[in-house]
Design a protein around this ligand. Sequence first.
Ligand SMILES: CC(=O)SCCNC(=O)CCNC(=O)[C@H](O)C(C)(C)COP(=O)(O)OP(=O)(O)OC[C@H]1O[C@@H](n2cnc3c(N)ncnc32)[C@H](O)[C@@H]1OP(=O)(O)O
Ligand SMILES: CC(C)C(=O)C(=O)O
Length: 616
Amino acid sequence: MKARRPAARYWMFPQVRLPGRTWPNRRLTAAPRWLSTDLRDGNQSLPHPMSPDRKLAMFNLLVSMGYKEIEVGFPVASQDDHDFVRLLIEKDLIPDDVRITVLTQARDELIHRTVESLEGARAATVHVYNATSPQFRRTVFGMTRDECKDLAVHGTRLAMKYAERLLAGCDFGYQYSPELFNETELDFALEVCEAVMDVYQPEPGRGIILNFPTTVERSMPNVFADQIEWLDRNLSRREHVCLSVHPHNDRGTGVASAELALLAGAQRVEGCLFGNGERAGNVDLVTLGLNLLTQGVDPGIDFSDINAVRRTVEYCNELPVHPRHPYGGDLVYTAFSGSHQDAIKKGLDALEGEAVRRGVPVRDLPWEVPYLPLDPEDVGRTYEAIVRINSQSGKGGVAYVLSARYGLRLPRPLQAEFARIVQADADAAGGELTPERIKDLFDREYRVSPQGALTEVAPDEPVAADLYLDGVPFDVGADRADAVQRVTAALAPKGIDVRALHRTGGAELGRQVTVYAQCRVRGQLWWGVGSGADAETAALAAVATAVRRALPNTRTIVDESRTSLLSNHETNQDQQAQKGEEPLTRPSHPRRPGAAVLGRPARERPVMASPAPMRG
Ligand SMILES: CC(=O)SCCNC(=O)CCNC(=O)[C@H](O)C(C)(C)COP(=O)(O)OP(=O)(O)OC[C@H]1O[C@@H](n2cnc3c(N)ncnc32)[C@H](O)[C@@H]1OP(=O)(O)O
Ligand SMILES: CC(C)C(=O)C(=O)O
């Protein structure tokens, strides 16, 4: 096969000679003026342009978010476009503080009909454009530079004339764009804009918007920034000019182009929500706005319910927003990988600790959480989806899910142990594990089964947790405070050593207390978990579970007169050893999807915990 060298067909975009450029040293400290062109540039790029209902939904969304300049259409493009502008005006749907804009080519009959469509509007801008680049002058229009400039001048004159005639009482604004600005010789773009201004005569209270598009993005953003700084330096009547930019995203750098252009002197940005627009889109107003917010600059736009914004945009455009789309995509606040989850969990724990120490809500603290550039709650997303579990996940993530969703704060060694169980299940299942599945795995592994049921005791009941040991009651007694110690003491001669009891307090589980017990049973460590209305009940259940996990076939553990514990236990261990099984504390063997994780023999009766009898 003959090797093609397509790169040879392209050439490097020329740089701008700009000695002493200043934009690299500047910072963005305030939001620019925003214009949404969703209903124009966005709409004109759709396979199915928006129906009137969809247009109205988009308009209302933009208004509710706080956009004050909205390009509502290209009225001469279609009857629908025209009718929508009329609908907004005639039904008085435009808030007083919102200015609508309409676009037209610099052609006489089109300008007339465009201005006419605005009759009755309170505040409206007519936006005239013509392409100025050498390629367009040559190929599309067959025009000289002067003829091209005259087109802009003539269009401006016509817009002013018709506005004067038709828009009495309207707060009229004028905008001119040299289309393909980025491919136009800078001196010529300036010459055209100066000629337009000579006609429009901007002055105090009568500013003009000069809008500079990267109609097709062709250079790196620094080159565009140079072009904008050059204009900023060279435009006359600068104080009456709103220097606007309209970046597209053909190279995937629309946002960077807009941001660097703002550093370079631009004061206004035109774009679309989630970057809809021709080809690879217009610059994304959501990303731009939230990029500002995450630098501590108020964008002046309400992004507090990003999902609602996304839903409406998807409905209007009939195009999906990518799950990885910055700030708004389904997956952008979600970590699947273990080390990310671990760092996020630690960051969130630290933040919560700090909030408790200072006695303030977390949302009042500076946001400093690894891997999350933005607090999901600031855009109406929940913490719940931050961590999702699959085979790439680790103990931090699993612990986060149990903690965030179920209030279960596992001790570190138990986190590691349980993560291996989850990992094995995820490997076998081959996909994502839901929080419900993880909780189910946890309960099946570490909690007392229903018949063992100290955990079943209703949290509000006054519990007296007598233990039935081979049918003989072990009287915990009225003084529950040392019940665990007495049970512990009774277990010790049987080779069962209660090593650690971790308690997590009831707040996160309502009135329930959860205790994690670690027991050494004949030299091997076992965890059990219990919940109850008080710490003792929970601790007894936890110890019971740990012992039952260690000795699944044991029927009796503390009954001095009828001991079967040790023989059963030994039998069990011997069997494990003979089969070469790993200890059950380290289950690393893959399991079939949906298979019981424990795979233990059915338990005939509880080892030590029993339904606690009510004391009358
Ligand atoms: C970069 C941008 O996004 S700019 C916005 C682009 N948006 C749109 O084009 C959508 C709306 N446009 C339309 O629906 C149509 O173009 C209409 C209805 C406005 C005009 O339609 P028509 O006149 O039938 O056809 P068409 O668009 O092909 O006309 C192109 C003519 O306009 C000329 N033209 C194109 N742009 C401009 C301009 N900005 N100013 C003056 N003349 C222009 C072309 O040179 C061409 O002239 P020719 O007929 O002498 O060759
Ligand atoms: C009309 C202009 C601003 C435009 O949409 C573009 O060049 O992309």
